[in-house]
Design a protein around this ligand. Structure first.
Ligand SMILES: Cc1cc2nc3c(=O)[nH]c(=O)nc-3n(C[C@H](O)[C@H](O)[C@H](O)COP(=O)(O)O)c2cc1C
Ligand SMILES: C=C(O[C@@H]1CC(C(=O)O)=C[C@@H](OP(=O)(O)O)[C@H]1O)C(=O)O
Length: 358
């Protein structure tokens, strides 16, 4: 599956309960230092089973680079990476072989393809997002060389909103919470839902700093549109806001405009984009995640043979997918910005001459 991209394409493969998952990242310029330790550390941030706030499935998510890197640098050829699955426990899914889990992709996949890989949702499982994170880590390394840094954290859990955006704290927090004053309350809400065999939703804030003016193509392939697509492409993402997003429709023009001075914009309601093009300010995107569909309460459903039955699930599931979703949001933003940076090459004659003549 090709997740997106014009100049930088990420194709992922694999199923949650198959042998392995992985990706091919094509379009990375030659000569980028590929820090394997950094790729692994990004996978470690996303991997399942780190705390009771996450699914109990334990995977090391050890990544192996198969191609496109020689002597520690990219060769300009496709970079293939593989992660072997080690803790599938497919038996947990035996009792849902013939029925559709409410809220998951079972119903639509079955009707679209006419068959059912019931083992952990197969391709529809968010396990696939590990491959996105591996590709995103290389995009981050590329962006770092251009002075662009991406960060994220949870700004809301189960309707409990944070007011502070402390990214350093988020990095240390088990739930990547941005507000140190709200972390305990947010964690308690997740654990309370888990105890009640239920799940909660959450909102991830992702930012990019150091983005130059000019990334994003006008009218078609706009930066805001492509970022929204990238985030909406993550499992369980249900809405995306750019800058002030929904709130901006409640503001007056005088409140919403970011006034301009020689020192820069006075505010950043736009989320760092105007006309689909980055304006040099911080890129701000919020991604809203629904509550995990797989819950441990009895629910009504139907079978593949059209009988009404009760659905009772077993197995291991995230009580709040937004937590690990945060790391995936960073990867998707990195892949989008790296793609846009490559697309932006030679858009002005003097830049084109610079590239060709040096
Ligand atoms: C990081 C992450 C972890 C997830 N973990 C689970 C899980 O443990 N159980 C589950 O039912 N859904 C989980 N999901 C959500 C499902 O994969 C998703 O709801 C499903 O593919 C249906 O797609 P949709 O919600 O986008 O329509 C997770 C999503 C993400 C982003
Ligand atoms: C395995 C991962 O998360 C999985 C995502 C997921 C889903 O339905 O999306 C359901 C669960 O799958 P399983 O029942 O196979 O353990 C999660 O554990 C992962 O993120 O690596």
């Amino acid at each position: 599956m090709n997740t997106f991209g014009k100049k930088l394409t990420l194709t992922t493969f694999g199923e949650s309960h198959g042998k392995a998952i992985g990706c091919i990242l094509d379009g990375v310029p030659a000569g980028l230092t590929i820090d394997e330790g950094f790729i692994q550390s990004e996978l470690d941030r996303r991997k399942p089973g780190k705390s009771k706030l996450e699914t109990g499935r334990k995977e090391d998510d050890k990544v192996e680079i198969l191609s496109g890197v020689f002597d520690g640098v990219s060769t300009g050829t496709p970079i293939a990476m593989i992660i072997y699955n080690t803790n599938q426990k497919s038996k947990d899914y035996d009792n849902v072989k013939d029925l559709f889990r409410p809220g998951h992709a079972d119903f639509t996949y079955f009707h679209k393809y006419g068959l059912r890989d019931y083992r952990g949702g197969g391709r529809s499982s968010a396990r696939e997002t590990a491959a996105r994170v591996a590709g995103g880590a290389i995009a981050k390394l590329m962006l770092r060389e251009l002075g662009i840094e991406i960060q994220s954290g949870l700004c809301e859990v189960d309707g409990i909103k944070g007011e502070v955006l402390d990214f350093e704290f988020a990095n240390r927090s088990k739930l990547y919470a941005l507000d140190p004053n709200k972390e305990a309350e947010q964690e308690a809400a997740i654990l309370k839902a888990k105890e009640a065999h239920d799940s909660v939703g959450g909102v991830v804030l992702t930012t990019a700093t150091g983005v130059p003016i000019g990334l994003g193509e006008p009218l078609y392939y706009k930066l805001d549109a492509i970022l929204a697509e990238a985030m909406m492409g993550i499992n369980a993402a249900k809405a995306v806001e750019i800058g002030d997003g929904v709130a901006s429709s409640h503001l007056k023009g005088s409140e919403n405009n970011d006034e301009i001075t020689l020192g820069g914009f006075k505010s950043n309601h736009s989320g760092g984009m105007l006309g689909g093009i980055s304006n040099g300010d911080t890129i701000i995107v919020k991604t809203h995640f629904k509550p995990t569909p797989s819950i441990f309460q009895e629910q009504d459903t139907i079978t593949t043979h059209n009988e009404e039955v009760k659905c009772n699930l077993k197995g291991r599931h995230d009580p709040c997918v937004a937590i690990r979703g945060a790391v995936v949001c960073e990867a998707m933003m990195a892949l989008t910005l790296a793609d846009m940076a490559l697309l932006n090459m030679g858009k002005k004659m003097d830049h084109l001459k610079e590239i060709y003549k040096g």
